[in-house]
Design a protein around this ligand. Structure first.
Ligand SMILES: [Fe+2]
Ligand SMILES: [Fe+2]
Length: 271
């Protein structure tokens, strides 16, 4: 049994099956927060995270250009969308656990670990919600091919905690805030009640993940006496390949502590 938070993280990362990965993730999160409630905390410790997390044999991973496109309004299109979100959520579970053992050389307050354990727990719930919706539709996670390359951002930023915060929560998860309202509408139009409920939960909880990224990015900038906006631009240009795409969900981004001067200047960036 893992004794430290870092060991728990590595155990989640090296578990391949999605339901089993998220079961462990939720159990470790409960253990962490039980210890925190009593005013203590589990040791953070040290453990070597794998370069890439373990994943199930299915779904097969394809280059995004090769993933078949389905009409978004059709039942098959909706299943494909739920499947794509399930894949994103599973990736997010691993991303939030990975940041914990990956950067233990950087001294961080215990609140940093609270935030990523909570985010990982929520992503685990999101993955399970998407799997439940898929199963309700007679499908399952693994039935369709999924996008390859989603772990690329994690690999690229494996030595750079500020790069990780800039790209993962503050670019990729913020993008989720931009696109989720339309997705919810699509399922509302189809009267797919459980998918609407699940996506609304996801949408509400994702704001805090972006906020955690922004909070700890600003924390590190403050500790190093660095101006956050130019540093953010520099890191996104270095690690994120391509421009940011408007329209942005400015209201939710603001809730998450991201002002427009962070993202608008990156729209015109050439690849
Ligand atoms: Fe999520
Ligand atoms: Fe998230």
């Amino acid at each position: 049994m893992p004794q430290t938070l870092a060991e728990m993280a590595v155990d989640v990362l090296t578990t391949a099956d999605g339901r089993e990965k998220t079961r462990k993730s939720r159990a470790y999160a409960a253990e962490w927060f039980a210890a925190r409630k009593d005013g203590g905390s589990l040791p953070i410790g040290q453990a070597q995270p794998p370069l890439r997390p373990s994943r199930p044999e299915q779904p097969g991973l394809l280059d995004p250009r090769d993933v078949p496109k389905r009409k978004p309004g059709s039942p098959q299109g909706r299943i494909a969308l739920l499947h794509a979100v399930a894949h994103i959520e599973l990736n997010a579970v691993d991303l939030h656990w990975d940041i914990i053992p990956r950067f233990t050389d950087t001294r961080m307050p215990v609140g940093f670990y609270d935030d990523w354990v909570k985010a990982a727990d929520e992503e685990s719930k999101h993955f399970n919600l998407m799997c439940d919706c898929l199963e309700e539709e007679g499908s399952h996670y693994g039935a369709l091919p999924a996008h390859a390359g989603m772990w690329q951002a994690a690999e690229d930023t494996r030595d750079d905690i500020m790069g990780r915060l800039a790209v993962v929560p503050m670019v990729l998860e913020a993008r989720g805030l931009d696109v989720t309202p339309n997705m919810i509408q699509l399922f509302k139009n189809a009267k797919a009640t459980s998918a609407v409920k699940a996506l609304e939960t996801i949408y509400a909880e994702e704001v805090s993940h972006v906020a955690y990224g922004s909070k700890w990015f600003h924390f590190l900038c403050g500790r190093d006496d660095v101006d956050p906006v130019p540093r953010f631009h520099e890191l996104v240009r270095k690690y994120f390949h391509g421009p940011l795409k408007p329209p942005f969900n400015e209201e939710k981004r603001a809730d998450a502590g991201m002002a427009p001067d962070f993202y608008w200047p990156l729209v015109e960036q050439s690849t």
